[in-house]
Design a protein. Structure first.
Length: 157
């Protein structure tokens, strides 16, 4: 059985679910085909990698040099980047492929940052090293066929 309203068709028995979108007053206006995302279909490690990325994302605040006169500006700038990072991690956890691609690109950047490892203090070394280890894992794991297919199957736009 296919849901068919307007130009939208989706099979409720497939990997999609059909939902009738409604206006504020209850009038229906469109069928939206959304991917089914159950915990069973999520790749093993998705939640764990999202948590690890969330933790390493917050490490950015630890490297602010508060003795500098522009520390407040640096803090504000880092906070914006960190909040954007959390937004990407949220969509990554929800299964959006564009977020997976951003995580892959950020992983490459983390590996590139290894060039600063020996020139940094101990806090920066912990941050750079931790991010690099996670990045190396993510570059491999996110290109795994089953994980990649999960992100492609749950593409919502």
């Amino acid at each position: 059985m296919l849901c068919d309203v307007g130009n939208q068709k989706c099979d409720p028995c497939s990997s999609q679910r059909c939902e009738l979108a409604q206006t504020r007053f209850g009038f229906s206006f469109a069928i939206v085909c959304l991917p089914r995302m159950s915990i069973e279909k999520r790749p093993r490690g998705l939640t764990e990698t999202a948590v690890l990325m969330s933790l390493t994302n917050a490490l950015g605040w630890l490297i602010i040099d508060w003795s500098k006169p522009n520390a407040g500006t640096t803090f504000a700038l880092f906070t914006v980047f960190i909040l954007v990072g959390y937004l990407v991690i949220w969509f990554y956890w929800k299964g959006h492929n564009w977020a997976r691609i951003l995580v892959l690109l950020t992983s490459l950047l983390c590996l590139y940052n290894l060039r600063y490892f020996l020139r940094s203090g101990p806090i920066e070394q912990v941050m750079i090293g931790t991010e690099a280890v996670l990045a190396a894992f993510l570059l491999f794991w996110l290109n795994n066929r089953s994980v990649k297919s999960f992100f492609h199957a749950s593409k919502t736009g």
